[in-house]
Ligand binder design. Structure first.
Ligand code: URA
Length: 443
């Protein structure tokens, strides 16, 4: 077999066989195929696409390029969730203990933030002492002891994805639905979970900007999961405004604790409970989303989910007492305020631009080796749909140092869209509509 022939076949719109895809992925990992040929092949896939079958072959080859976690000794059904990434998306942090409180075992492998989207690991790292690099033994022990564990992906998980993702990043081939699907699914399947709920974000702050693209990706993810023997469902959710009332690393831990205590913002609470409901169904703990939601609500109102969260913090090395005493107080000393420039109703706050301002403040990073600031972030005092008077505080922004504040404040001021009355072109309103569509069948 020769790489050039496979590239030509894909360039001309043919479907590749399992052997051809396996040959490419093996050649990618053992360096037998040079980057220029892999790049040409990625571009051919970008333009010609891939069938579900080809995508499943690609996922399977990428998955087997590295270690696969064996969770067969976990005494129950394992279900994880994957979000395609957004601004203020802290859902995994309250979700895992809520699902665990309902009897679901949650093996959660997460990533760091890159670009305008935040990363669960960066948020967890802001808890003093919390370890996000667990050995396989510790990962499984903690899941058994409190129902869930959170860890980072090691170098050994799907190494083919690491190589291909780096090439996609510099060859304009990131936004390809089959390539995104194989990238996500190979890493999620490697963590050994039995089932998965996908939160496919849609809007200016997401990879998928239109409902049509989000739906295509959601169907491809669910279908590919099925081919790999995983039960999957997907929710398409709005990401044109930041989620919740706080973005930032420690700030999002605080908001997660609010959700766990039943006093979180409406949008984040709704999304967390609806995903937990689907996880309950996939684990066989509920026979309908409504039943799954009632169980999730009880896990919160009984205090059980918060109890499990604090147990997990302690099991992963975190300082539980400090976490509780830092709550509401831990803020960077470098602060600025963004005030309303006119009176009226805010129709939107642009999530993508907020994410970019977050990088300036030190919440996120543009290069994988950059440090983030745990105490930087933004608190929203008004969001889409809020009526404001000129001069009202809309946001408080906390930065990594004093020099970033003016630039970030200018950027944040520009994220605010005013309307004469509530509405605008965002895909949700203040009280709900965070969930745009559900996909349970990948066809
Ligand atoms: N997330 C991933 O892990 N891979 C992609 O290609 C896109 C989003």
């Amino acid at each position: 077999m020769r790489a050039v022939d496979i590239i030509i076949r894909k360039r001309d719109g043919n479907a590749l066989s399992q052997e051809e895809i396996k040959f490419l992925i093996e050649g990618c990992v053992n360096k037998n195929i040079p980057d220029y040929q892999l790049s040409a092949w990625l571009m051919a896939v970008f333009f010609q696409g891939m069938s579900t079958e080809e995508t499943a072959f690609l996922t399977d080859s990428m998955l087997h390029s590295g270690e696969i976690m064996d969770l067969s000794d976990i005494p129950g059904k394992t279900v994880d969730k994957h979000s395609t990434g957004g601004v203020g998306d802290k859902i995994s942090i309250p979700l895992a203990p809520i699902a665990a409180a309902c009897g679901v075992f949650v093996p959660m492998m997460s990533g760091r933030g890159l670009g305008h989207t935040g990363g669960t690991l960066d948020k967890l790292d802001s808890i003093t002492g919390y370890k996000t690099r667990l050995t396989q033994e510790d990962f499984k022990r903690i899941i058994k002891e409190c129902g869930y564990a959170m860890t980072g992906q090691t170098e050994k998980v799907a190494p083919a994805d690491k190589i291909l993702y780096a090439l996609r990043d510099v060859t304009g081939t990131v936004e390809s639905i089959p390539l995104i699907t194989a990238s996500i699914m190979s890493k999620k399947a490697a963590e050994g979970t039995g089932a998965l709920v996908f939160d496919v974000k849609c809007g200016n702050g997401a990879f998928m900007k239109t409902p049509e693209d989000a739906e295509t990706l959601a169907r491809m993810l669910v279908n590919t999961g099925k081919v790999l023997g995983k039960k999957c469902s997907a929710l398409i959710t709005a990401m044109d405004n930041p989620l919740g009332k706080m973005t930032g690393n420690f700030l999002e831990i605080e908001e997660s604790m609010d959700i766990l205590e039943g006093k979180g913002p409406a949008d984040t609470t709704e999304l967390t409970l609806e995903i937990a409901a689907r996880m309950n169904m996939l684990a066989g703990k509920a026979s309908s989303p409504e039943e799954g939601r009632i169980a999730a609500e009880k896990a919160v109102s009984s205090g059980r989910a918060m109890e499990i969260f604090l147990k997990n913090v302690a099991l992963q090395g975190g300082d539980e007492k400090k976490l509780l005493s830092d709550r509401g107080k831990r803020r960077s000393q470098y602060k600025t305020e963004i005030r309303a420039e006119s009176s009226g109703v805010i129709s939107a706050i642009n999530a993508y631009e907020v994410g970019k301002a977050g990088i300036v403040l030190g919440v996120g990073r543009t290069r994988a080796d950059e440090e983030v600031c745990p105490d930087a972030g933004i608190i929203f005092h008004a969001k889409q749909g809020t009526k404001v008077q000129k001069g009202d505080i809309i946001m408080e922004a906390y930065g990594k140092d004093s020099s970033c504040l003016n630039e970030a404040a200018d950027m944040l001021q520009k994220t605010i869209v005013y309307a004469a009355e509530s509405g605008g072109n965002n895909t949700r309103n203040t009280t709900g509509n965070i969930i745009l569509k559900e996909i349970t069948d990948g066809k």
